[in-house]
Design a protein around this ligand. Structure first.
Ligand SMILES: [Zn+2]
Length: 212
């Protein structure tokens, strides 16, 4: 509602029902500037893609820094400790949960190796993973699918982090989590092949179709 009040009329039907569309419009007018977000982040690209809604929503909230990580919860008196639930000893910020944590680092190393076929131009960085910056060096189709794949990877990381908070222990290793993530992407590609056919999959998934 706060964003709706700030948004000049008329508010389109899409903006009234999709917080990402509304936020994109406000950000483009510089009415709202997400704190801590580097300049040059293109919000329509961050929220875009063809991954499931839950994945796209996570991409969006991750870039905005709007996830209930412990550092934020502790600052607002909602968590006893600001430290990472994985036990690494560092404060759990959004950046830490998705990139800086040693667990996340090991996970991304495995993802990076599996994506080497995308091309020598691919450099996975925090900016690329969180804000989709720097992925534009790749052909646009590859960049779009890569963003979806990175969304599945972040989804796996966050889902596991939530599970760790509940169980108070790391159950999965980075390697386990990598295979879970990879399995979901493969499952999605197989489903697309069943529904749309092989040619469609080649066109849509490009080099990622080779994961099958
Ligand atoms: Zn950590």
């Amino acid at each position: 509602m706060r964003f709706l009040r700030q948004c000049p009329s008329p508010v389109t039907r899409e903006e009234a029902t999709d917080h990402r569309a509304l936020y994109a419009r406000l950000a483009s007018r510089q009415v709202v500037t997400p704190s801590g977000v580097p300049a040059g982040v293109v919000w329509s690209r961050v929220s875009g893609g063809r991954a499931p809604g839950a994945v796209r929503d996570l991409q969006w909230r991750c870039a905005l820094g709007r996830l209930p990580v412990r550092e934020i919860l502790h600052r607002h008196g909602c968590a006893a400790s600001p430290l990472c639930p994985r036990g690494c000893g560092a404060p759990e910020t959004v950046s830490h949960a998705f990139w800086d944590c040693p667990f996340a680092g090991e996970f991304w190393t495995l993802v990076r190796v599996s994506l080497r076929r995308v091309g020598p131009g691919l450099v996975l960085s925090r900016d690329g993973v969180v804000y989709r910056r720097g992925l534009g060096l790749l052909p646009s189709v590859t960049s779009g699918v890569l963003w979806d794949v990175l969304g599945y990877a972040k989804w796996a990381l966050w889902e596991d982090r939530v599970s760790v908070v509940g169980k108070k222990v790391n159950v999965l290793t980075p390697s386990h989590l990598f295979y879970r993530f990879r399995g979901r992407v493969v499952e999605r590609i197989r489903m697309d092949r069943t529904v749309h056919g092989r040619d469609w999959v080649i066109k849509r998934w490009g080099v990622f179709g080779g994961l099958l």
